[in-house]
Design a protein around this ligand. Structure first.
Ligand code: GDP
Ligand code: IMO
Ligand code: MG
Length: 422
């Protein structure tokens, strides 16, 4: 059995959490392969809303096993908060959540370093989530990181060595901080983490694959935030693309199955960095209000704009997407016409390929499509789709050369329409 992957094709927050939850009944194991508590994956069902950061979005469905893979970075303090809030809502986790020994630990000083680097960048700051993601992956690549498995042997010594090194850097950056409270919460979190099964997740995943178990790899962030292919340097510090599922879980490339690429019917972005189709007018406010486009964890307003097919085609290519999922179709219900960016104009030339850099002289080329002006939120099958919406879907499918298998018409689990007998 091959491993399927579900990942974001835009700048994150596409609705990955909701769809992983919807697809979970068809799988035995859900595994996160990268990112950390910078993610905020929202799920809604039975009138309740949950936001997950490091825990995979399969956790609410019965006895499914959820795995935090080696490619993920974990902050024990935030992990404990997440566990506590799930337990408070009646969900037991310890039997069903496995954590890779090779996942890297976000230390309290990584969070401080994140803030210090952002401060030092001034106007050029990335607008990170402030969770220590960049510094933790930097230490991983620089071969200075601490891993979950390190907790089990001689941890104090390794921890102190890392903290002292970070303190030196913070001193050089003249960054003021109070570490005591952060450390206290961090070590309490570590005790919580120890209660879970810390495993060699690459063996677990591969053995289960051989036994014919169905596994879904859950991505975080989105392709345009990928460290290699995103709008560098305004990106996150991990490989968010399908190849990241191989390194982040220990799956061989020839073992990847369906790649689900998920996108919104428009675009959003949080933090700094280029966004070719960004809007600054009333339309952006309408999208933000109707789509409740505020960070799931930080509450930051998300920047909004029209759908960008140049960026989407690029993301589909890099990920080898085989099935598309379109989210938040209902947010477009109110528009008379919908704009779709089909190419970029760079200077006098029209370009279809996503360029090395998004520069000042780049402008999106739009075509306008008639809107459907119909409330889609209560629709249950594609038979109910308005004619204009069908035309919009067909247009996107033709432009992207892949079928849209799932259409989401609201935040609830039930507001999901399967097409092509998904
Ligand atoms: P993720 O990070 O990709 O899991 O996405 P987020 O949870 O950060 O952001 C998606 C937001 O949109 C959440 O608030 C979801 O509850 C909400 N959402 C998901 N699908 C839909 C949809 O089809 N329509 C609407 N209106 N909201 C949706
Ligand atoms: P989910 O999984 C949207 C953005 C930050 C910032 C940049 C780098 O919910 O889709 P980082 O803290 O990772 O160093 O920040 O990446 N970012 C996200 N934007 N959704 C996310 O996750 C994000 N995770 C990071 O806003 O611009
Ligand atoms: Mg999110």
């Amino acid at each position: 059995m091959k491993v399927d992957v579900l990942l974001g094709l835009q700048w994150g927050d596409e609705g990955k959490g909701k769809i992983v939850d919807v697809l979970t009944p068809a799988y035995d194991i859900i595994a996160r392969f990268q990112g950390g508590p910078n993610a905020g994956h929202t799920l809604e069902f039975k009138g309740q809303k949950y936001v997950l950061r490091s825990i995979p979005s399969g956790i609410f469905q019965g006895d499914k096993i959820n795995v935090i893979g080696n490619g993920v970075v974990i902050d024990p303090a935030l992990f404990k908060e997440e566990v506590k809030s799930l337990q408070a809502s009646g969900h037991t986790l310890t039997e069903r959540l496995l954590i890779s020994k090779k996942a890297h630990l976000i230390l309290p000083t990584h969070r401080l370093l994140d803030a210090a680097y952002e401060q030092a960048k001034g106007n050029a700051k990335i607008g990170t989530t402030g969770k220590g993601i960049g510094p933790t992956y930097t230490d991983k690549i620089g071969r200075n990181g601490l891993r979950v498995g390190d907790i089990l042997h001689n941890f104090e010594e390794k921890y102190q060595r890392a903290i002292n090194r970070h303190k030196e850097i913070l001193k050089q950056l003249k960054f003021e901080y109070d570490l005591d409270t952060l450390e206290k919460e961090w070590f309490e979190g570590l005790e919580c983490l120890k209660q879970f099964q810390l495993v060699d997740s690459e063996h677990f995943v591969n053995k289960n694959m051989l036994e014919g178990k169905k596994i879904l790899a859950e991505g975080a962030q989105g392709t345009m935030l990928d460290i290699d292919f995103g709008s560098y340097p305004f990106v996150t510090s991990s490989n968010t693309v399908s190849a990241g599922a191989c390194t982040g879980l220990g799956i061989a490339p020839n073992k990847l199955g369906t790649v689900y690429g998920i996108f919104k019917a428009y675009c959003t972005r949080v933090g700094s960095g280029p966004f070719p189709t960004e809007l600054f007018d009333d339309t952006a406010d309408e999208m933000r209000n109707k789509g409740v486009e505020y960070g799931s964890v930080t509450g930051r307003p998300r920047r909004c704009g029209w759908i960008d097919l140049v960026a989407l085609r690029y993301a589909i290519m890099i990920n080898g997407v085989s099935k598309l999922i379109m989210m938040k179709s209902d947010v477009m219900d109110m528009f008379e016409t919908i704009k779709v960016c089909v190419s970029y104009k760079i200077g006098e030339t029209e370009e279809n390929d996503f360029p090395f850099e998004i520069t000042e002289n780049l402008s999106p080329v739009y075509i306008e499509i008639p809107g459907w002006k119909t409330d889609m939120t209560k629709m249950q099958s594609e038979d109910e789709f308005p004619e204009e919406f069908n035309a919009y879907l067909s247009f996107l499918e033709a432009e992207l050369a892949i079928d849209i298998h799932i259409v989401s018409v609201g935040p609830d689990r039930k507001q999901t329409i399967m097409r092509y007998n998904e």
